[in-house]
Ligand binder design. Structure first.
Ligand code: 7TS
Length: 401
C-alpha cells in the first residue's frame, strides 16, 4: 500500500491530536500548513488591493496574485496565464460561461450535458435555455455508471453548440473519456466545457491534451482556500466573449453612457477579486506539485480498490457504479438504514462523510435513490480510515437488527 498518507498527514493541522476520519473530500479538502501560512503571510505582510495601488504594498500583493495565476497556468498545462480567470469556484466558473455564451445561442440550438452532472453544471444551462429557447439534451449513463456514448451520432449534431461534461463524477467517481468527447464535440462544431471540480484536485491535468475549450474547477477541493476557483479558457474564445459581471477593473474606458472592456483575464474579474484566496491556491498547487499529482492519483486508486473490496464484504450493501476507470469516490446504501441515520451514527465514531443527493438529483433518480452515503478520499486518507469506517458500519448495522 502507498505510504503517501503517513508522509503527508502531519502537514495538515486539523489531524493533529485528533482521531478525525475525514472522508468528505469531494465536498471540500483540508488545508496544509503551507497554505495557512501563505494566507496569514499575505494578510500580515502584503495586504493591499490588487491592480490599482501605486504604493509598494499594492505592487507586492499584485505581484503575488499574478504569480499565483502563472503557477496555476503551469499546473494545468495552459499556454498562457492570460487564460486563467480567478473565480470563487467551479460554480461561478460555470455560471460565467452560461451567461457569457448566451449571445451565441438561438432556439434551434442544443446544449448537451450528461445525467451524471452536479447541479452546478445543470442549472446554469437550464437558465440559459430559458433565456434563449435552446434545448438541453442529456448523455445517458450505463448500468455501470459510465457515460453511454453509443448513441452519440444522435446526441451530437450540427445543432449542438455547447457540450458541458464533468471530468469526474462527484457521486460515482467515474472518470469520463474527455479526450474522446472533446473530439466528437469539435467534429460537430460545438464548444466543449469540462467541469473539473472533481478532476484537477485528483489528477494531473493538461487542458491541451484533454482537447477541451474551457475547464472549470474549485480551489477549496484541492487544498486551497474557499473562495478560490478557476476558469481556464482558450484565449481566442475568451477574447470574443462578453463579460459576466461588470464594475471596477474590468473596464478599459467608461463614459456617462458606455464602457469598453479590459483585456482577458481582467475583463472577467470585476471588482476586488478574492486575491488572498487566489494566492493561497497558488500555495496549494505548489504543495500538490511537491508531492506529485501522479502519486496522488495512484494512492487514491489503490485506496478506492481497497475500499471497494472491503465494502463489498458488508452484508446488504449496495455500491453504486462499477466502472473500472474511477477514483476516490464511492457511494453506497445499506438496506433498511437511511443514509441520514448512518451519518449520524458515523459521527459518533468521528467519521465525516456526506449523505444526501450530493447536488446531483437527476443522477440519484437514475439510481432509484433519494440519498446515498458517499466516502471520498484524498492524499491524507489511508487503509486505516477505510478499516475504521467498515468496522463502524458493521456495528451500526448490528444496532439496526
Ligand atoms: N461540479 C462538481 C462535479 C462538483 O462535485 C461540485 C461540488 C461543483 C461542481 C461545485 O463546486 P463549488 O466548489 O463551486 O461548490 N461538489 C460537492 C459535493 O460533491 N459535495 O459538496 C460539494
Amino acid at each position: 500500500m502507498s505510504q503517501l498518507a503517513s508522509k503527508v498527514k502531519s502537514d495538515f493541522p486539523i489531524f493533529t491530536n485528533s482521531d478525525l476520519i475525514y472522508l468528505d473530500n469531494a465536498s471540500t479538502s483540508q488545508k496544509p500548513q503551507a497554505v495557512l501560512d501563505t494566507i496569514n503571510s499575505v494578510y500580515t505582510k502584503s495586504n493591499a488591493n490588487v491592480h490599482r495601488a501605486l504604493y509598494s504594498l499594492g505592487a507586492k500583493a499584485t505581484e503575488e496574485y499574478e504569480e499565483s495565476r502563472k503557477k496555476i497556468a503551469n499546473f494545468i498545462g495552459a499556454d498562457s496565464e492570460k487564460e486563467i480567470i480567478f473565480t470563487s469556484g467551479a460554480t461561478e466558473s460555470l455560471n460565467l460561461l452560461a451567461y457569457s455564451l448566451s449571445s451565441d445561442l438561438s432556439p434551434e440550438d442544443e446544449i448537451l450535458i450528461s445525467e451524471m452532472e452536479h447541479h452546478s453544471n445543470i442549472i446554469p444551462w437550464q437558465q440559459l435555455a430559458k433565456r434563449t429557447g435552446a434545448k438541453i439534451k442529456y448523455i445517458p449513463i450505463t448500468q455501470n455508471g459510465e457515460l453511454d456514448l453509443s448513441e452519440s451520432n444522435n446526441l451530437f449534431n450540427s445543432n449542438t453548440k455547447i457540450v458541458s461534461i464533468t471530468h469526474v463524477s462527484n457521486v460515482l467517481g467515474t472518470i469520463n473519456p474527455i479526450e474522446k468527447i472533446s473530439s466528437i464535440a469539435h467534429q460537430c462544431g460545438a464548444i466543449i466545457i469540462i467541469d473539473g471540480a472533481q478532476g484537477a484536485a485528483h489528477k494531473k491535468i493538461n487542458v491541451k491534451d484533454l482537447g477541451c475549450d474551457f475547464y472549470a474547477f474549485s480551489g477549496h477541493k484541492m487544498l486551497g482556500p474557499t473562495g478560490s476557483g478557476v476558469l481556464w479558457g482558450k484565449l481566442n474564445l475568451l477574447d470574443q466573449m462578453e463579460p459576466f459581471m461588470s464594475g471596477g477593473e474590468m473596464i478599459d474606458k467608461v463614459t456617462m453612457t458606455s464602457a469598453t472592456w479590459n483585456e482577458v483575464p481582467y475583463k472577467f474579474e470585476a471588482g476586488t477579486p478574492n486575491f488572498i484566496q487566489a494566492i493561497g491556491l497558488g500555495a496549494a498547487v505548489e504543495y500538490l506539485e511537491s508531492i506529485g499529482m501522479d502519486e496522488i492519483t495512484d494512492h487514491e486508486k489503490e485506496l478506492t480498490r481497497y475500499a471497494l473490496d472491503k465494502l463489498q464484504k458488508i452484508h446488504n450493501i449496495k455500491i453504486h457504479g462499477s466502472g473500472s476507470n474511477r477514483i476516490g469516490v464511492v457511494s453506497f446504501n445499506i438496506e433498511n438504514i437511511h443514509p441520514h441515520d448512518l451519518a449520524q451514527f458515523l459521527n459518533e465514531y468521528n467519521i465525516a462523510l456526506r449523505v444526501g443527493h450530493h447536488c446531483a438529483q437527476p443522477l440519484l433518480s437514475k439510481l432509484n435513490e433519494t440519498a446515498t452515503a458517499r466516502l471520498s478520499t484524498y492524499l491524507y486518507n489511508d487503509e486505516q480510515d477505510i478499516d475504521k469506517l467498515c468496522t463502524a458500519l458493521q456495528e451500526i448495522i448490528g444496532y439496526f437488527k
